[in-house]
Design a protein. Structure first.
Length: 65
């Protein structure tokens, strides 16, 4: 698995994941479990949907000599 999630994308996923989980806890709903998906993908820096669509938000690494 090649990383395909960039820094800003990762921060957004973490924020949304935590918001979904908090909302699920507040409203006592299992829908909060959906928040685990963006948290998990941000943790491993890889999104299967991005891989299928050939998308990457990861910045290109530059080499300095």
């Amino acid at each position: 698995m090649k990383a395909n999630i960039g820094r800003s994308d990762k921060l957004i996923r973490i924020s949304l994941g935590l918001l979904f989980i908090a909302g699920g806890i507040y409203y006592q709903s299992w829908w909060g479990a959906i928040g685990l998906i963006p948290l998990f993908t941000s943790t491993i820096n890889w999104c299967p949907l991005y891989a299928l669509l050939g998308i990457s938000t990861k910045e290109k690494e530059t080499q300095t000599n």
